[in-house]
Every structure is written in C-alpha cells, then in structure tokens.
Design a protein around this ligand. Sequence first.
Ligand code: ADP
Length: 353
Amino acid sequence: MTDADIRAKLRSLIDPELGLTYDRLGLIGSVQTTSDAIKIGVQLPTPAYPGRERIGEAIGAALSSSVDGRKIDVTYSWQVLGRETGGKIGLRIKNVVAVGSGKGGVGKSTTAASLAYGLKHFGAKVGLLDADVYGPSIPLLTGAKGTPVVRDIELPNGQRIQRLEPIDADGMKVLSIGFLIRENQAVIWRGPMLHKLLTQFLQETDWGELDYLIIDLPPGTGDVSLTLSQLLGLAGAVVVCTPQKVALLDAIKAISMFDQVKIPVLGIVENMSGEIFGRGGAKAKAEELGLPFLGEIPIDATIRVRGDDGLIGSLFEDDNPVKPHLLRMVQNVAMQITRRVLVDAPMPSLEIL
Ligand code: ADP
C-alpha cells in the first residue's frame, strides 16, 4: 500500500466534533511508510483541539485491514487556522475574537481574560485587548501593570514607524485604556475619539504575530463593535450571559447588535451557572436560536477571588473546581472559530427585536 493509498483511506473520515472530513480539516499532514511502521503526522487546526486521541483511534481503525503487521505511529502537531483577519490594516493576527454581553456584570471581562489565558495555556500565541473603554477591568483581572510606551520600529524595507508596545502579562500581550488613564478617572467618549483610540490600539500597536487576539467589548452598545467590524474582519463574537431569564433577553439584544454590525456570533457562554441564577437557560436559548452553546462556567468564589487578586491566569495552572469548565469553554470557542474558517456558514439572521 502506497502513501497515497493511505491518504485516500483517511481523507473521508469525519471529525465528530465539527462534522467535517479530515480532508477538509487538513488533519493528515505527513504520511510515511516503512517496513515496520506507518507514520502519520496529524496537524491540528488549533492547539485547543479536544480529544485528539480519538483521531489516532479512528486512524487505527480505518487502516486496520492494511497494516500487514506494521505498527501505526501517530504524532500530533498544530498550526492555527485563520483568515489573517487583521490583514487589511497590517496586523498579523490569524483570528480576532470579540467577547460581548448585553449588559455589565455578567462576567464578560472574566470570560474574555479566561479565553485568552486558556488559549495560551494550550500553546497558542495570544493577545488580549480591553476595548471596554467605559469600565476597563482587564488590568485588574490580569494583574498587569505599567504604561504602554511608543517605540520606533524598523520595517524590513528600512522604513521607520512608531508603534505602541502592549504590556506583558505572563508572556501575553495586553492592552487597555486602563493603563493610560488614572484609576477612578472617568472618560467621556465621543464617537470620533473612540474610533481613533481603537484604531491606534489595533493598527498602531505592535501585536506581532498572533494566533488569537481576544477583545473585551463594552457591554450592550454597538459603537465599538461597529468600529471593529469596519477596521477588520473578525473571526466572530462570543456572547456571555447569566442563566436567568432577564439576562437572556439582554443576550438576545447583544446577538442582534452583532448581527447588525455583521460580526458572526460564534455562540453563547453561560456564566455564573449554579444555585443562585439557575443553570441551563443559556443553553436552551442557544438551541432555540440555532447558535452553538460554548459551555457553562459555574458561579464560584475561586473566580471572584483570583480576579480580584489579578490572578485570573492562575486558574489554568493549578487544580481548582472551575478549571475543567474553563478549558472546555476555551476548546469550544477554538473549534467554532475553526469551523467558521472552513465553512463560511451564513450568519443566523434574527428578527430585530
Ligand atoms: P463584566 O465584564 O460582565 O462587567 P466581570 O468579568 O468584570 O463582568 O465580572 C463581574 C464580577 O463577577 C467580578 O467581580 C468577577 O470576579 C465576578 N465573576 C465573574 N464570573 C464569575 C463566576 N463564574 N463566579 C464567581 N464570580 C464571578
């Protein structure tokens, strides 16, 4: 059996998570046969791919009749799929992901920071941009401190340009208006100022090469989202809401807002699930709207305490009750981004409410 025969046997296998063929996902990187082994290099579209062992098992099963006593040796590597969404304005970022909510206080910033740290935990190159200009809380949650400076950068063609340098938070690039204003200082934003600030934060900032840039949006309003969608093509938006009915109504408004500014919704995260607000409401709503459900994060003092201490990233470093939930949410988001890159599914169009 030739390498091409082996590829032919594997190409139509279906990934259970996304319902796409291995061929479409580009999963089978290298195939090498020797007298005693069939070596397959699986290339994952994201390091946050859940259950990679299943791929090895499926490959083993598909090739079982053709091994002739040889062993099957599957190795895994990854390369994040993305559309270089920032290409229009000179960014080298594969996937720009916005995190939004219908109202404040539902844990949007906590979810955005967790998503960023979680993707980094899996090995991706990640940046975190706090665009919640009305209530920037990313500096507090990440514990990042400092003042971003403007640096001279020399381009390969010799041209010198100036770029804002994000703050380093545990090896992750973070930027927030919170680094530039005094604590407790309220800023009144006029439309053009907001537009200019976001443009600078995206276009004139040295983000470098990233797999994912996570953007924490302000709650509710659409002005920042509109500016973003004008500046770049986003991979999509994650909508965060709490499980109770009143909160779900706000989430629907957020979804409708993203719909209007043409940002595809990747799905809904239910935060603060548990005894106080109930659970399952967001999942049911996601199903009703035909949107992916991206997971539930329990209401748990661990999250609040780590957030207050600037240690949100540490949730991925030790064993704690919320870590499995956060990891699953991160994986779900990464997989929905992958799906969007491969299948240009039309956005679900909601009746404007
Ligand atoms: P938003 O960005 O929606 O305004 P935040 O992320 O700032 O909300 O969270 C608001 C407060 O709720 C913070 O004190 C945060 O620590 C807390 N919080 C968020 N999610 C949870 C959770 N799942 N369990 C416990 N506390 C949470």
